[in-house]
Design a protein around this ligand. Structure first.
Ligand code: MG
Length: 395
């Protein structure tokens, strides 16, 4: 299986970054905004840190700007809790500072951090990693000529106004556009606009317009998407795989009961060559299955003395590395443990933490349920414990 190629994805969305650079005879700076919390993305972390292949959204957005060669300075606004991580990602040559409470506050602060001899500043959302060279050039050219350049695309859907659930109007679509970023401005004018305006605004063209300037549009690109929802984030994966794993081990006396890497007090434990953690075995097989690899019986044979008494949660870490080497990223995991006894509910949070840590994923994407089998079958008779795992992976 070919490992995932982030550059290919960027090429697919964005226009070529290698085109010859034009000489505008102007000093140009970029402001990259990553101070948002990404709440709408549904991710437990800032969406700028979502990885597409081997790079984060933030790194790709930065590369899209810097790859053009037009920027003498880049200033990056990060929220206080993310600032260190952002610094680590953007590397040297980018000024990182803490943004404000709102987007408007962050931009106002960022403009103060832009070198004073800058002629043109482009303000870009860190959540738009697919901006193309043509858009950036059009924005710069418009900002030089008109004082501003706002990328805009025509509205595709019919737009309605709504009150109390009823449509009250149909604005003329010919007059409507969706605006994107980067939005470019003469530095002196946009600083003046932000100095005059208070309040919170969704974009810079509004602030510029309210201050008495006339924002000028340039053609944007539909591919210059903003990552806002979890659907957008998942949509960035080039492909998906699902994997399913199932395992059952016999319950015997004189063994520890280990499930999900957690030792659970019980008068019996699971019998096996390793620690016989049926849940982790099911998770490993689900991940291997998603990665198109042989199952754990092949990878860690019970004839190999190396794995005698082995910690399954440690082996899960190995499986994770194998899968990662194939470009597999775990996007979701759902498991069920089938046991008549003991009751598992109070141990599940610890099991989730342990499996998530071994997989290197946020606990929020791991779910574990427990069920009895109503005294039916080997599980119901208390002879064994079974587990099933279903895993979604992105390439
Ligand atoms: Mg097993």
């Amino acid at each position: 299986m070919k490992s995932f190629d982030a550059d290919a994805l960027v090429r697919r969305f964005a226009s070529p970054q290698g085109a010859p650079k034009k000489d505008y005879g102007a000093k140009i700076a970029a402001v990259l905004l990553c101070a948002g919390r990404g709440v709408r993305s549904g991710l437990p972390y800032n969406k700028m840190f979502f990885r597409i292949g081997d790079r984060t959204v933030l790194e790709l957005a930065l590369e899209a700007l810097r790859g053009t060669g037009y920027f003498d300075a880049v200033v990056c606004a990060a929220s206080p809790s993310d600032a260190d991580e952002v610094r680590g990602l953007v590397g040297d040559g980018v000024i990182v500072f803490e943004g404000g409470e709102t987007r408007t506050d962050s931009v106002r602060r960022a403009l103060e951090a832009v070198p004073g001899d800058t002629d043109i500043v482009l303000i870009h959302d860190g959540a738009r990693p697919f901006v193309g060279r043509e858009t950036i050039e059009a924005v710069i050219e418009s900002a030089i000529e008109y004082g501003s350049g706002i990328p805009a695309v025509r509205v595709v859907d019919a737009i309605k106004t709504v009150e109390d659930g009823f449509i009250t109007g149909s604005p003329d679509r010919e007059k409507l556009v969706c605006v994107q970023t980067p939005q470019g401005f003469r530095l002196s004018e946009i600083k003046d606009a932000y100095a005059k305006i208070s309040g919170s605004y969704a974009d810079d063209s509004e602030v510029y317009g309210l201050a008495g300037y006339r924002p000028h549009t340039v053609p944007g690109e539909y591919t210059n998407r903003k990552i806002t929802t979890q659907a957008d984030v998942f949509g960035l994966s080039a492909a998906y795989r699902i994997g399913f794993g199932y395992d059952v081990h016999r319950l015997v006396e004189g063994r520890d009961l280990v499930l999900g890497g957690i030792k659970i007090p019980h008068d019996k434990g699971l019998l096996g060559h390793s620690d016989a953690d049926a849940l982790v075995h099911a998770v490993m097989d689900a991940l291997l299955s998603a990665a198109g690899m042989p199952d754990i019986g092949v990878l860690f044979p019970d004839t190999d003395p190396e794995y005698e008494g082995a910690s399954s949660i440690m082996l899960l870490g190995k499986v994770r590395e194998l899968a990662r080497a194939r470009g597999i990223k775990v996007l979701g995991l759902s498991c069920t443990v089938m046991a008549e006894r003991p009751k598992l509910a109070k141990h599940i949070p610890a099991m989730i933490e342990s499996i998530a840590a071994a997989l290197g994923v946020p606990p929020d994407i791991v779910n574990i349920g427990a069920t009895t089998t109503e005294k039916l079958g080997v599980v119901g008779d208390g002879l064994g414990i079974a587990a099933a795992a279903c895993l979604l992976a992105g390439l």
